[in-house]
Design a protein around this ligand. Structure first.
Ligand code: BLA
Length: 524
């Protein structure tokens, strides 16, 4: 039922992933509280990796187990005080061939946050793979895309390059939208697989708490969803915080999700712009696949370098937009000046048409924000250009706007959702962008209204997003959805949404109009 679904999704958001007291079996873990030089918790598989039973390790100083730990001071840092490691932000460091166990050399990953230090050990990188693992990041990834074509090509290059570096069957660049949903914007595929390119996934597929963890970790590996997890022992005193652990056991819900998707091994890289998880690179394999730590690190480095492309492309676009919008606003202001100058602007006396305001004004208005219609309101007079609602309708909308929205710039792509009566002309004007230019108390306000027609939107979802989880009445349990069948949603009553750039243009235009009004340029 709807209620239990909501409850389940809330449950997902509450799961304390970092407190799972278990790891995946592709390594072993030791740890202790910050400031404590002794091993206080250890994974139950320690003997397989280190040749000593977990129980025998508990309580022993870490330095005794690793007498040859090269960066002695760093070990001392985490076991004495965490400051060097947690300020300004928590850290992880890789130590190749840190120890040797029954299975051979082990690479170590030391990490420390405010609660505890962790040392994780995995099979060391075999010498044959060293060349590949320590290869430089390809130069091409440092290239800055200028055009949309460059941008798409850069994404594809990264996906292809990562597929060859990881050997995974599917590599996707998964980008978060502002509503938390995500979309596959680029994909590299082994032959014969169905593309997921362009598919959208609901926000609940990746809970906030997981996103938080991906902000502190550059990669997340799940080599085999069917591998049983290994409990952590000795943690009765204090729960081990696995926020920075590479081995952290996977939530059963996510295991089920991957199984439903037909995925056996998953590997993700975080794409982090300042303070924000921009997206993930998601890699899938149908059979188990375990990459060495150094290889994961190198791939994460590629993802990191790619953020330069994102930031570069975004700022280039922004700069271009600023100069283009300056030009467009300047022409509109000029058209307005001519319109106002060409006739004595006496709205009340002139019930009549927009054409009087000059031929270029309509065009400049429409192109400022890419609208199909525009209306200029001056006191009681209403001048419309292009596809706009009738003057009566405009009057009513404007009245409603003044009564309900104080902000000087108002935008919606679905006017009828805010203002019921708009449903009748929704087809012609679903989108409204309104800019009000306040004047002194005694004078009438003027306003610019832009209209966009209804534009049926189609979204291709991977499965019906309303069924993002399912209730099994037999076992009375909830599980993530099992269907990823393409599900096409069409929504009506919406126009093409107004972009941030459109809103910026509108706001800039407003402030320049206000300046002109103040200096009386317009009013002559
Ligand atoms: C984690 N969910 C994830 C991750 C991805 C996705 C990429 C990161 C871990 C990983 O790499 O496997 C989702 N994977 C996707 C999506 C695509 C993909 C959208 O490839 C698209 C192509 N999942 C649910 C529900 C819950 C849930 C209802 O569907 C609620 C409990 C949970 N997802 C969930 C959890 C994690 C997760 C708990 C964290 C796994 C972990 O790091 O331990």
């Amino acid at each position: 039922s709807e209620l239990s679904l909501q409850g389940f999704l809330a449950e997902c958001e509450r799961e304390q992933l970092h407190r799972a007291q278990a790891i995946q079996p592709f390594g072993c873990l030791l740890g202790g509280p910050v400031g404590d030089p002794c091993i206080r918790f250890v994974s139950a598989n320690a003997e397989d990796w280190l040749g000593q039973p977990a129980e025998a390790l508990l309580g022993r100083p870490l330095a005794e187990l690793l007498p040859h730990f090269p960066p002695k001071t760093e070990l001392a840092d985490v076991t004495a005080t965490s400051d060097a490691w947690t300020q300004p932000s928590p850290q992880k460091r890789l130590y190749p061939k840190l120890a040797t166990g029954p299975g051979g050399a082990l690479d170590g990953l030391l990490s420390c946050n405010a609660s505890n230090w962790l040392l994780e050990l995995e099979a060391a990188l075999p010498p044959a793979l060293e060349r590949e693992a320590y290869r430089l990041v390809p130069h091409r990834l440092y290239r800055m895309p200028y055009t949309e074509h460059d941008w798409v090509a850069q994404c594809q290059y990264l996906a292809d390059e990562l597929r060859s570096a990881t050997g995974f069957e599917r590599v996707m660049i998964y980008r978060f939208r502002s509503d938390g949903c995500g979309e596959v914007i680029s994909e590299s595929l082994a032959e014969g697989l169905d593309p997921y390119l362009g598919l959208r996934y609901p926000a609940s597929d990746i809970p906030q708490i997981a996103r938080q963890l991906y902000l502190s970790n550059r990669h997340r590996q799940i080599p085999d969803v069917d591998a049983p997890s290994i409990p952590i022992l000795g943690n009765e005193g204090a729960i081990a915080d696995l926020s920075l652990s590479d081995l952290r056991a996977v939530s059963p819900v996510h295991i089920q999700y991957l199984q439903n998707m037909g995925v056996t091994a998953s590997l993700s890289f975080s794409i982090i712009l300042p303070g924000q998880l921009w997206g993930l690179i998601a890699c899938h394999n149908s059979v188990p696949r375990n990459l060495h730590l150094a290889v994961r690190e190198r791939c994460a480095e590629m993802a990191q370098v790619f953020t330069l492309s994102i930031a570069g492309y975004q700022s280039t676009r922004r700069l271009l937009e600023v100069s283009e919008s300056d030009d467009d606003i300047a022409s509109l202001l000029e058209a307005l000046r001519q319109a106002y100058a060409g006739r004595a602007f006496a709205p009340e006396a002139d019930p009549d048409p927009a054409d009087h305001l000059g031929p270029t004004l309509g065009q400049s208005l429409l192109s400022l924000v890419g609208a199909d219609g525009a209306t200029l309101i001056e006191g009681k007079a209403i001048y419309s250009f292009g596809a706009a609602p009738s003057s009566d309708a405009v009057r009513a909308i404007y009245q409603w706007l003044r009564e309900n929205h104080q902000e000087p710039v108002f935008a919606t792509d679905a006017l009828s959702q805010h203002y019921r009566p708009a449903a009748v002309f929704a087809a012609g004007a679903s989108g409204l962008l309104a800019v009000r230019v306040g004047q002194s108390e005694d004078k009438a306000e003027s306003a610019f209204l832009w209209w966009r027609p209804e534009q049926p939107q189609t979204v291709h979802w991977a499965g019906d997003p309303r069924k993002s989880a399912m209730f099994d009445s037999q076992s009375a349990t909830l599980s993530p959805r099992s269907s990823f069948e393409r599900w096409i949603e069409t929504s009506s009553g919406h126009s093409e949404p107004w972009t941030d750039a459109d809103l910026l243009r509108a706001k800039k235009f407003r402030s320049l109009i206000l300046r002109d009004l103040n200096s009386s340029l317009l009013r002559g």
